[in-house]
Design a protein around this ligand. Structure first.
Ligand SMILES: Cc1ncc(COP(=O)(O)O)c(C=O)c1O
Length: 381
């Protein structure tokens, strides 16, 4: 599949070559752990054991690399497994990382409770301000980590500007592209060194699989990551890889509809008397709007808002949801609502990444926009 093809074409065809044995147009689920060798070391097609490589996972990994414009994609058992593999590849005891002041609670927990125990420390910086990130660098810094848009405050960071800061300091820029997906934003083209995904979200798109991915353009780093993926072992299983590959085929049309519905939702919320603040990069008053418009194709399906009346009022809004499903996660075709302070971001309580108690987060799905607006209006009363 040529890199010259457009995104929508690559999403459907990259990695999806017809099965050589049967001509099946969708890669089969190679639900297998090991492969018959024709004499010791005589591998057919290079496969020996499915932790090292599996044909269904290879199809997904080739697809991921094509969509992010990278030379290598790697698929993992979850987003956090991908992050763990990346961090233990890039970092050694004594190293330092700059992390953003808004990020998925589990990512923060990985830094604060796991990686830090291995002698790696971190500083928190406002990643929407490249000067603040530059000021947080130390001679021991090896990685700048950023999520844009961020979870759950929908902050926007200028990837190109941060890539400049990283390059000048000789450190690597990692971008978690989960909220945008490669259809809306391509961090490697903007100068990032590594793209991280929770493929559980928009890539899978149907709330039926947990997975993660790393995509890079640097051959030496790719080799190290491939080695660690196998040595650490948290790989995507064949059925999970197949589900993500299947989801990706409709990524472009889903993201267009997510963005369209989210724009309508954000617009309605800005006019609602019980809503004190709407966080959506598509709104002209969002501080990152111009940057988002420059580096994203559209503004995505995630909207957060703050409710008059504090924590209890926000929880009550969530509890009244009918069409929106009260639940964690995001990026599926169905709309979800949650209270980050008590749910996805509970692990950030008391830290620099603590989220406002009156915050509600929406993952706006691809149902009828009218029905979604009606449910939100009844929730807000
Ligand atoms: C932005 C972001 N990155 C990473 C993760 C972790 O991914 P997973 O839950 O697949 O381990 C999440 C999960 O919610 C997320 O929202």
């Amino acid at each position: 599949m040529s890199d010259q093809h457009s995104f929508e074409t690559l999403a459907i065809h990259a990695g999806n070559t017809a099965d050589p044995l049967t001509g099946a147009v969708v890669p089969p689920i190679y639900q297998v752990s090991t492969y018959k060798q024709d004499g010791v070391g005589g591998l057919r097609g290079g496969y020996e054991y499915s932790r090292s490589a599996n044909p269904t996972r290879t199809a997904l990994e080739e697809n991921l690399a094509a969509l992010e414009g990278g030379s290598l994609g790697l698929a993992f058992a979850s987003g956090l497994a991908a992050e763990d593999c990346l961090l233990r590849t890039l970092l050694s005891p004594g190293d330092h990382v700059v992390i953003p002041n808004d990020a998925y609670g589990g990512t923060f927990r990985l830094f604060a409770k796991v990686v830090s125990r291995w002698g790696v420390d971190f500083s928190v910086a406002d990643s929407s301000d490249p000067a603040a990130v530059r000021a947080a660098l130390t001679p021991r810094t090896k990685v700048i980590w950023v999520e844009t848009p961020s979870n759950p405050l929908l902050g926007i960071s200028d990837i190109q500007a941060l890539a400049g800061v990283a390059r000048a300091a000789g450190v690597r820029l990692v971008v978690d592209n989960t909220f945008a997906s490669p259809y809306l934003q391509q961090p490697l083209a903007l100068g990032a060194d590594v793209v991280v995904h929770s493929t559980t979200k928009y890539m899978g798109g149907h709330s039926d699989v947990v997975g993660g991915a790393l995509i890079v353009n640097d051959a030496a780093l790719g080799e190290e990551l491939t080695y660690h993926q196998n040595a650490m072992g948290a790989v995507a299983g064949p059925f999970d890889a197949w589900l993500v590959l299947r989801g990706i085929k409709t990524l472009a049309v889903r993201m267009d509809r997510h963005s369209e519905n989210a724009t309508r939702v954000a617009d309605m919320l800005t006019r609602h008397p019980r809503v004190t603040r709407v966080l959506y990069p598509g709104l002209p008053e969002h501080p990152g709007h111009e940057t988002a418009a420059k580096q994203m194709k559209a503004f995505g399906g995630m909207v957060s808002f703050r409710v008059e009346g504090g924590e209890e009022a926000a929880v009550e809004v969530c509890n009244r949801a009918r069409l929106f499903t009260l639940g964690e996660s995001l990026g599926g075709v169905e709309s979800l609502i949650e209270h980050p302070g008590r749910m996805t971001h509970a692990s950030a309580a008391g830290s620099a990444l603590e989220v406002p108690a009156d915050l509600v987060r929406l993952s706006v799905g691809i149902e009828s926009g009218d029905d979604l607006l009606a449910d939100l209006k009844q929730m807000l009363g």
